[in-house]
Design a protein around this ligand. Sequence first.
Ligand SMILES: [Ca+2]
Length: 306
Amino acid sequence: MQGTRRTVSATLGLALAVSLFGGVNLAQAAPPSATTVYDAIPSPLPPNVASLGFQATQTSEFGDRVNLAGTDRILDSVTVMMSNWALYSEYTSDSRYSGNTATWTHPITVNVYSNTLDANGEPDTLLATTTEDITIPWRPEADSTCDGGTAWRAGDGNCYNGIAFNAVFDLSSMNVTLPDDVIVGVAYNTQTYGSAPMGAPGPYSSLNVGIPTDEAATVGHDDNADNVFWNASYEGRAVGFRQDTNWTPNGTVAFKITATPTLVGPPASKDQCLKSGWTTFNNPSFTNQGDCVSFVATGGKKTLNG
Ligand SMILES: [Ca+2]
């Protein structure tokens, strides 16, 4: 993310500040690239995965507490593997969905919390949140040769009741620094549940969050493979986004987190460029010591990343 839209160009040794739109961008610093710091999403994309239905279980938020790998901690994105059980043929007469036989959209929220809990056992610090209109594939129509004639038959020859897809949420503009342990929650409205229930039937009541059977994180660690975080009134649970036990073998929620390196820089003095000091900066990064010294001397002629 390039938050600082200001460059400085040098003319005949004189530093001259100009706006990006009127000036020459002498040295464009590439934003640090993101790495995956947690991943519990099956790859390649399977036809479907085990999942938790929000409407069926009276759920408003569902997620997991995880430990991040590596050192990149500026939140970049969260991807959630979900499962949609709704067929287009069920909604052809619904004006909200008719006309698009391939996909439908629904606002879905991702919340990223620190791992500390309040007296009620709920996350006490929301670090980042975003709500995005997610494009969701309709489940393919039923194959009469599948058991019961209600499931669809995938390319692998097996029958499934839902179709898996990945919902991607871009949180890079928030410039949030993550701790090593975070709690991620997914929230959306169904007919009668969520923060603002839709109030009418719709495919959102057939939308689930993936909890693939026996899935283990391939990057980072699930804090507890038997636990999830869940806000549901299902089976008399008290409302609140709290830890819930006894989920094995489905206690690892299928999401992925990417992050970018913590920004270091810009250098405040020429001294910070010396003795390989120039190699420690990434905001901006330098090609050699002279590049770094020159940056300080000219008051900074690179575009900063954030
Ligand atoms: Ca877990």
